[in-house]
Design a protein around this ligand. Structure first.
Ligand code: ADP
Ligand code: MG
Length: 244
């Protein structure tokens, strides 16, 4: 595999506490990698380290062959890695369309984005994103009247508006109904038609729906990596989830 993202022997330490103890991870082009593991395993810390939010104590992160270890969040985003955080961070008083417009690459802030002319190209790009997140019919609806799940999709759309090559999603289905969870899986599969995706997830039904490769973290270490079936039948995984 010629990976688009490569994490090598990554260690993250918070005031003497080792949150990640030497993690290796490779992500290929247009691949979905799903990370699971109990609370506190280090899943969010791993995504934070990739985007320059957790301080890397040692090890390396390469994106398209270039070292990005400890680069600033701004720099990592600019290079093409987009990250959605756990809580929706949307503009409730604006429409779905306007939220995506504000997030477009090159929008340069709220005022500039509103003043800039809405070109036909821009409109088409926004509509393509809305279609992908299943909200084209809600384009001119205020975000405040959307469901929790729909708000999460708006935020995924805002990440896509930055046109990232690698999309990182931390528990995107948290608080969703089972229908919304299923639709989120379809959205992620559609995103992976032209981008790489790393997803942190708990819901095993959802994991089965999307997962190509699973990585299990436990206490800052990679326990196992493989297909859903390999992971489900692994004795160490069973012990971690059921043996306590
Ligand atoms: P997960 O996402 O797998 O539930 P996290 O990556 O959030 O786990 O956290 C892994 C461990 O690192 C936890 O023990 C957590 O308390 C600790 N941790 C995470 N972020 C910080 C921080 N900023 N400062 C200190 N400890 C942290
Ligand atoms: Mg987390």
């Amino acid at each position: 595999m010629n990976p688009i993202l490569s994490v090598q022997d990554l260690r993250v330490v918070f005031a003497g506490f080792q949150a990640l103890k030497g993690i290796d991870l490779e992500v290929g082009k247009r691949e979905i990698v799903t990370i699971i593991g109990p609370n506190g395993a280090g899943k969010s810390t791993l995504l934070d380290a990739i985007v320059g939010k957790s301080p890397v104590a040692s090890g390396h992160i390469y994106y398209r062959g270039k070292e990005i270890t400890n680069k600033s969040r701004y720099e990592v985003a600019r290079m093409g890695i987009g990250r959605k955080f756990q809580n929706p961070n949307v503009y409730n008083e604006l429409t779905v369309f306007e939220n995506i417009l504000l997030a477009l690459k090159g929008a340069h802030g709220v005022v500039a984005a509103i003043r800039a002319k809405l070109t036909r190209v821009k409109k088409a790009r926004i509509e393509a994103i809305l279609e992908r997140i299943g909200l084209l019919e809600k384009a001119y609806t205020k975000v405040s009247s959307l469901s929790h799940g729909q708000k999460q999709w708006v935020e995924i759309g805002m990440v896509l508006a930055q046109d990232p090559t690698v999309v990182l999603l931390d528990e995107p289905t948290a608080g969703m109904t089972s229908d919304e969870t299923h639709l989120t899986g379809e959205i992620i599969k559609s995103i992976a038609e032209d981008r790489s995706v790393i997803v942190i997830e708990h819901d095993m039904e959802f994991v089965k729906q999307i997962a190509q490769r699973l990585v299990v973290l436990h206490q800052g270490e990679k326990l196992i990596e493989g297909s859903v079936q390999e992971v489900q039948n692994n004795a160490k995984v069973i012990e971690v989830y059921l043996g306590r």
